[in-house]
Ligand binder design. Structure first.
Ligand code: ASP
Length: 282
């Protein structure tokens, strides 16, 4: 079998990245890959790896998640996050959380429970379970809408996906995008693949784009499947970026946004990062 032992891909949002911020996006996504790699190389699970990677991005004010989240119209950040275990198809997701330091860990507290997606007071209970002390919201460094995500394959052949976002800048309070919706902004299933997206959340949700892309990829890392997905998104006026891992741990990514910060590594490849797909071919 040509399968790598483990593999991980992280993204830091589909958006325009000013030149003076490219290095922050590169180093931030690489730090997240390093955190996930530490889990995977030690034999840890894909679920633990995607959570560890997203926590790093949530701590970094460069990214629109956790600490750096953008503000809704009423001036407060509002946090969506999700995590999915490709072995069991368990999903834990939260929407419109407030005052959370690590939304992905709060979502993880719901992973093994009966609910898929919760909001309101149910998030407070999960946050207590997750020991999330909460954080005063500061978003001075945040930029307009972008999101973080991570997908991973572990040494046992299990896939996982996670997302975390502050949503879109200036959204109405209570607006929920694609990021906490399984099949919309993310998906993971062993033997099928794992996907995470960023971009125009309503359009990604309306096209069920994570699940659509995996259908189109048909179990392999097909770049043309991602191009077709972006054409579908563009067909209704949407912009975004997609990362995909196939069940063997091969990675592909694509975007029709101006930039998309992505970093990746696997058991046979050193970590790499780019803020634009065409830089790879340069
Ligand atoms: N997709 C996210 C949302 O709509 C935003 C983003 O990816 O930038 O909430």
């Amino acid at each position: 079998v040509s399968r790598v032992d483990w593999s991980i891909v992280v993204h830091g949002g589909a958006r325009e990245i000013p030149d003076e911020q490219r290095e922050a996006f590169r180093s931030g996504t690489l730090r997240a890959v390093a955190a996930g790699t530490a889990v995977l190389a030690a034999g840890g699970s894909a679920v633990d790896a995607v959570e560890a990677a997203v926590r790093v991005l949530e701590t970094d004010p460069t990214f629109n998640a956790g600490t750096g989240a953008v503000l809704t119209a009423d001036g407060e950040p509002q946090l969506d996050a999700a995590i999915m275990d490709g072995a069991s198809l368990d999903v834990g997701a939260i929407a419109s959380g407030r005052g959370l330091r690590h939304p992905v860990t709060v979502a993880r507290a719901a992973l093994r429970g009966p609910q898929v997606l919760v909001t309101g007071p149910a998030i407070d209970d999960l946050a207590r379970d997750a020991g999330d002390e909460g954080t005063p919201a500061t978003a001075d460094t945040a930029l307009e809408g972008d999101t973080v995500g991570c997908i991973a394959l572990d040494g046992d052949g299990h896939l996982a996906a996670a997302t975390s976002t502050g949503g879109l800048d200036g959204s109405p309070r209570g607006r929920i995008g694609d990021s906490p919706l399984p099949g919309g902004g993310f998906y993971a299933e062993d033997g099928v693949g794992a996907v995470a997206l960023s971009g125009d959340g309503e359009r990604i949700a309306r096209t069920a784009l994570a699940s659509w892309t995996l259908h189109r990829a048909d179990g392999s890392a097909r770049q043309d499947a991602l191009d077709a997905a972006l054409a579908r998104l563009a067909g209704i006026g949407g912009e975004g970026g997609i990362i995909l891992l196939d069940p063997e741990g091969r990675a592909v990514w694509a975007h029709n946004s101006p930039d998309f910060a992505v970093a990746w590594a696997d058991s046979a490849t050193e970590p790499h990062a780019a803020t634009r797909r065409e830089d790879l071919d340069a």
